[in-house]
Design a protein around this ligand. Structure first.
Ligand SMILES: *Cc1c(COP(=O)(O)O)cnc(C)c1O
Length: 582
């Protein structure tokens, strides 16, 4: 089997212990042909959450993409991330007790992107020009596709023409951009099915250039990794044949590929997951539990297996630098910020005194972030080192249950009163999500009715990376209570553990990679039992801060179990191990 320039890269590696050894192995086995500057690991994503570089995402999917690139930069893996640059972004603010959307223009030139050239895609009988812009970071780069009317991330309905236009532009336009830059993908990682068209563009090019169609399919399959973040295929929006006639088929040069794709429609509709499964032999889910329960069928009706590769985070981005230095100095993390072989023996250095010291530093960070972010009453909050803070920070979607801690307001109040504690709530409501807007309004009304809660429960709008960081290092306890079975992985809880917060969570997503005893878990056969369990855990967390032994025990146990899970370099190594099997 030859690839597009006659070199087959799919060599096995022996004993990849860590990224450093991986690189030695690369040298030894002349795998430099596989992943190299000209032949990078390519990562395709419709969403990137990287505000420093001018691209604001919507949630975990985008954060993961940004972190994966940063980890590649840190570990020296040649890496190209291909994504749209959206010329407009959504923000939220409060007005008269309601959250309203605001749209701001963004220009890539203000964020260090360089204009390269134009590529085009065919849509609705016209040639649409797309700008290719690029920003380099050592061995990695972001290649972005954009044009003035590209629109916003997730604007419109998910099966709409505009979404299809954005996805086709990223796939076909991004693939053309790689060629423009002289790059060939060693591997194409598709971060969810919206990026399917990138792999389709490759298949089309191979078949058009004379490779036998089936050989082209096999080749594309072997070099494509589909990373799934969604649990149920049924929930995915589909597209109609007429939409493909306008946006997709005109971009295909190979008649065989066109025929192949046309055959995949069922009753005139197509789900991108069904064809992504066909075009990607490598498939992963984002936590152990998720990979096991994700319910996907291929076109023949067989259940699809996903390899579990739990998400990690880029610790340099999300953890207080003083804490990272401490982990490194004390031998818990190595130079790639992967746990050392004997990190478990060294956890004794996490003493109550150290925890308090780091919390105080984190508190200053939180206060800095909160200076420009008033709560629902317009108050600018400032907390002392003695204040005790619970936080709930995540997108306002139903399954994450932001209202759960407010199920029994009297009990919540009693818990907070024990330490005169504060509860900070932040999370964006997806624009147009009336159910969740109503839930948020109801919750804020409930708080407003009670003099004590009014002083101690704070809702901060426009949740973003900066707030996520400030809260993970500056609060004391983080609450994460998705309905069990519905969180694919989640990464905000990882930021909390790494920053020495106590985690209270249901046993779901990546948290379920660990045992139920490794953190303060919320459980129960029905919701009322879960609520009771949640309040008990909140009480326990408060007590732990008054008992050094308990505080150390909880923090050490969390790190013992989750430090390897959290580590972004562990995640990248897992991907490399999977892509280059023995
Ligand atoms: C970390 C982070 C996320 C991830 O959230 P989960 O709910 O844990 O998936 C989402 N949004 C922002 C802004 C983040 O910083």
């Amino acid at each position: 089997m030859n690839d597009d320039d006659g070199q087959y890269f799919y060599h096995p590696l022996d004993n990849i212990e860590d990224v450093e050894i991986f690189y030695e192995a690369v040298e030894r086995q002349h795998l430099t042909k596989a992943i190299s500057k000209e032949r990078p690991y390519t990562y395709w994503t419709i969403e990137l959450y990287d505000q420093k570089n001018g691209i604001r995402g919507g949630g975990g999917l985008g954060v993961l993409a940004a972190d994966t690139r940063r980890v590649a930069e840190d570990t020296g893996v040649p890496f190209a991330l291909i994504t749209p640059f959206y010329p407009s972004e959504a923000h939220q603010k409060m007005r008269d007790g309601r959250v309203i959307d605001e749209h701001r223009p963004v220009n890539y030139r203000n964020f260090g992107f360089k204009y390269i050239d134009q590529v085009s895609v065919k849509c609705c009988d016209t040639l649409c020009s797309l700008d290719v812009v690029e920003k380099k970071f050592k061995n990695t780069r972001i290649i972005a596709i954009t044009e003035p009317n590209f629109g916003e991330l997730y604007s419109g309905m998910s099966g709409s023409d505009h979404r299809l236009y954005q996805e086709v532009s990223l796939g076909f336009g991004g693939y053309a951009a790689l060629k423009l830059l002289g790059l060939k993908p060693a591997i194409m990682q598709l971060n969810e099915v919206a990026t399917f068209f990138a792999a389709l563009a490759r298949l089309d090019e191979l078949a058009h250039n004379g490779m036998d169609f089936y050989e082209a399919v096999v080749y594309t399959r072997k070099h494509t990794l589909y990373t799934n973040h969604t649990l149920v295929q049924a929930a995915e929006a589909d597209f109609g044949y007429d939409q493909f006639e306008r946006y997709v088929f005109p971009n295909l040069k190979s008649l065989a590929v066109k025929k192949w794709l046309k055959d995949k429609f069922v009753d005139g509709r197509i789900k991108l997951s069904s064809v992504t499964i066909e075009i990607a032999e490598l498939r992963s889910g984002v936590s152990k539990l998720h990979a096991r329960v994700a319910n996907y069928r291929d076109i023949a009706g067989n259940k699809v297996k996903f390899k579990a590769i739990t998400n990690g985070i880029d610790m340099r981005t999300w953890v207080l630098p003083e804490i990272i230095d401490f982990y490194e100095q004390k031998g818990l993390l190595d130079m790639y910020l992967s746990p050392t072989v004997d990190y478990k023996d060294k956890l004794g250095v996490i003493t109550a005194e150290k925890i308090r010291e780091f919390k105080n530093l984190g508190r200053a960070e939180l206060n800095r972030v909160l200076k420009t972010r008033p709560d629902q009453y317009g108050r600018i909050l400032e907390f002392s080192n003695e204040d005790f803070i619970f936080d709930f920070k995540r997108r306002f979607v139903d399954y994450k249950r932001p209202e759960l801690p407010f199920s029994d307001p009297d009990r919540l109040k009693k818990i907070l009163m024990r330490k005169n504690a504060h509860y900070i709530l932040t999370g964006r409501v997806h624009s147009g999500d009336e159910t969740m807007s109503a839930k948020l309004r109801k919750l804020l009304k409930l708080v407003d009715k009670d003099e004590y809660l009014k002083e101690h429960v704070h809702y901060i709008t426009d949740y973003d990376e900066e707030l996520a960081y400030g809260l993970s290092c500056g609060s004391n306890v983080a609450i994460n209570v998705p309905i069990v079975g519905l969180e694919a992985c989640g990464t905000s809880w990882m930021k909390d553990i790494a920053n020495l917060n106590i985690l209270i969570s249901t046993h779901d997503g990546g948290v379920a990679d660990g045992s139920i005893n490794s953190y303060l878990s919320v459980s129960g056969d029905d919701e009322s039992k879960e609520i009771d369990s949640l309040y008990q855990r909140m009480d326990e967390a408060i007590s732990a801060y008054d008992n050094d032994f308990d505080l150390e025990f909880i923090m050490q146990k969390q790190l013992e179990t989750f430090l390897p899970v959290i580590s972004g370099s562990r995640m990248l190594k897992d991907y490399l191990d999977y892509l280059f099997p023995k």
